[in-house]
Design a protein around this ligand. Structure first.
Ligand SMILES: Cc1ncc(C[n+]2csc(CCOP(=O)(O)OP(=O)(O)O)c2C)c(N)n1
Ligand code: SF4
Length: 286
């Protein structure tokens, strides 16, 4: 049977410093073989280590879903909340403790279906939270139902004849709703993802990082894609933004750009604005 870890934690951290952000005693994790979720967690931990942010200064918040299990493995202040409500809880955490780095880990169903309303308003407010939105195109945890990002024509348990609804672009939705940092990465391009997480955390406003990550079991099985097929899809169908911009219009449609898609520094952050109002109203006494 797999053991959580068979070398002392200090030794493991010496070899891989990002291990200090992991609850090693909770390993092995529950994710299926080939699932991209672990890669995303790893990218978050490496980015925090590169930024030199201490565990005690991070709060990771999630809703419900396979991707929302991520805080269970993260050694910081963590909240595993109700389905679709991660951003509402995270907003409360950030307002109460603005000095914390608040990270939300959420799924496409959690964030853009049941949690869609919270999502657009968090974008609109420009609150300083970094969202890692694990987009695996399906509801993984509950058996593979269709989600708002399931590609048209793909199979899910609730679309046995192929999805006949158009899916939307999370990045476009976030930009339209007012997010000031919007990026896209994948669980295949982990080094790039680390850079995106770093940039998202550094940005003082609402940061949305959409991460395309394979659900090898629910999506893969229903769409006859094996683990390797799913990672190869990410490799071949996503390209760096600069290369994507050079493509002729008709070719752009079949590829997705990776990188920082939108970055605006011209809007005040929400907690800053909130505390300015409190100070004004209270005459300087919080
Ligand atoms: C109010 C409520 N409705 C429905 C559920 C059941 N439920 C739990 S997770 C989930 C979908 C998760 O999908 P997604 O957010 O895409 O995450 P994934 O598992 O794919 O990472 C649903 C419908 C619930 N827990 N609570
Ligand atoms: S069901 Fe899908 S998303 Fe959930 S752990 Fe398995 S592969 Fe990952």
């Amino acid at each position: 049977m797999l053991q959580p870890i068979d070398i002392p934690l200090e030794k493991a951290i010496e070899k891989k410093p990002y291990f200090k952000y992991l609850r090693i005693d909770k390993m092995p994790h529950i994710w299926c073989p080939g699932c991209g979720n672990g890669q995303v967690l790893k990218a978050i931990c490496i980015a925090l280590d590169k930024l030199g942010i201490d565990n005690n200064n991070v709060s990771m918040v999630s809703g419900i879903g396979c991707s929302s299990r991520t805080p269970g493995y993260f050694d910081g202040y963590t909240l595993h909340t109700t389905h679709g409500r991660a951003l509402a809880f995270a907003t409360g955490v950030k307002l109460a403790r603005p000095e914390l780095t608040v990270i939300v880990t959420t799924g496409d169903g959690d964030c853009t279906a049941i949690g869609g309303n919270h999502f657009i308003h968090a974008c609109r407010r420009n609150i300083d939270i970094t969202v890692l939105l694990f987009n695996n195109w399906i509801y993984g945890m509950t058996g593979g139902q269709v989600s708002p990002t399931t590609p048209k024509g793909s199979y899910a348990t609730t679309t046995p004849y192929g999805n006949y609804e158009p899916n939307f672009s999370i990045a476009d939705l976030a930009i339209g709703a007012g997010a000031t940092f919007v990026a896209r990465g994948t669980a295949y391009h982990v080094t790039e993802l680390v850079n995106l997480v770093e940039a998202g955390i550094k940005h003082k406003g609402f940061s949305l990082i959409e991460v395309l990550t394979p659900c090898t079991i629910q999506y893969g099985r229903k769409n006859k894609m094996g683990i390797v097929d799913m990672y190869m899809w990410l490799k071949e169908n996503t390209i760096p933004l600069k290369a994507w911009e050079k493509l002729p219009e008709e070719k752009r449609k079949s590829k997705l750009p990776r990188g920082i898609l939108h970055h605006a520094d011209n809007r005040e952050e929400y907690t800053h604005r909130y505390y300015s109002v409190v100070e004004k109203v209270m005459g300087g006494n919080k």
